[in-house]
Design a binder for this molecule. Structure first.
Ligand SMILES: Nc1ncnc2c1ncn2[C@@H]1O[C@H](COP(=O)(O)OP(=O)(O)OP(=O)(O)O)[C@@H](O)[C@H]1O
Length: 273
């Protein structure tokens, strides 16, 4: 267990420019070990660009400046080779659309296995299979032993998101970046996936960057929230503070448009993971 007082992720003055004007303009935030930061803002505010910059997945022509400290290393300065060791191992990402993120013609077990093998080439086939099954169990996919050879289309939308989460956590990352992970799902399934993410972060002391345009969704998982507008973070506060005394006019507007907020996490979610 690390006793370091440094945050796991420390972003300072991050700017991202695709052309002349910056899409993200000198933003700073940090995430501690075991903490979840919600990044909220309307479409085009720069949320996805920020998350892709963390994994260094933006097109090469993009100008990214600032300091992206992950476990004390500056990700902006890392070689591509060193970055590949982080991606999918120490930092993993889940996206909005499970169907486009999964390979439709490959059994799901083989896809999760690829994530293991990419970082642990010396494991035997049997060991890889054990890790795949364990990870499928952890995300509560039904009957892992029987379904490991099934294809993505044989699962429901919520189950496909669970498969992507299994793939993301199989290598025990320290940071999980979730970009609108429940937006494509209906409300009940959305609640189940949020409950699953909450359970995983507790059991593994996971740090999470949770991105959404929906403050009500963010309130169910985040400890703190950063509000983005036009490439800037306009407000940053612990979840309950943000809801009870929002400072920025844009945060107030976001709150007004999300009436079903649940800020009391002592109440269980309606649906368990
Ligand atoms: N690859 C790219 N090339 C050029 N411009 C881009 C690229 N990716 C994003 N942008 C621009 O950067 C700005 C921020 O986009 P980004 O996708 O980060 O917003 P967002 O807050 O995640 O919105 P959404 O929720 O719609 O994904 C937008 O103006 C977008 O058009």
């Amino acid at each position: 267990m690390s006793t370091s007082i440094q945050p796991l992720l420390a972003v300072q003055n991050l700017s991202i420019a695709f052309g002349e004007r910056p899409a993200v303009d000198r933003i700073s935030f940090s995430i501690n070990e075991g903490e979840t930061l919600g990044l909220v803002g309307e479409s085009g505010s720069g949320k996805s660009a920020t998350s892709l910059a963390l994994l260094r997945l933006l097109p090469p022509s993009t100008r990214v400046t600032g300091y992206l400290g992950f476990a004390g290393e500056d990700l902006v300065a890392l070689s591509e080779r060193a970055m590949r060791r982080h991606r999918g191992r120490n930092m993993a990402m889940i996206f909005q659309e499970p169907m486009t993120a999964l390979n439709p013609v490959m059994p799901i077990g083989a896809q999760i296995a690829e994530a293991v093998e990419a970082h642990h080439p010396s494991l035997s086939r049997r060991e890889v299979r054990e890790r795949v099954l364990e990870s499928m169990h952890e995300v509560a996919l039904p009957e892992p032993e029987r379904r490991i050879r099934d294809y993505p289309h044989q699962f429901s939308g919520g189950q496909r998101q669970r498969i992507l989460i299994a793939m993301a956590i199989v290598n025990r990352p320290r940071l999980l970046i979730a970009d609108e992970p429940t937006t494509a799902l209906d409300v009940t399934v959305q609640a189940q996936i949020l409950a699953l993410l909450n359970r995983l972060r507790r059991t593994h002391n996971l740090s999470m960057l949770f991105i959404s345009h929906d403050l009500a969704v963010v309130s169910q998982v985040a400890d703190r929230v950063a509000v983005m507008q036009h490439g800037n973070i306009v407000e940053q506060a612990p979840v309950s503070q943000l809801f009870h005394s929002p400072q920025h006019p844009y945060t107030k507007r976001l709150l007004a448009s999300a009436p079903t907020m649940r800020t009391d996490r002592t109440q269980p979610l309606a649906t368990l993971a």
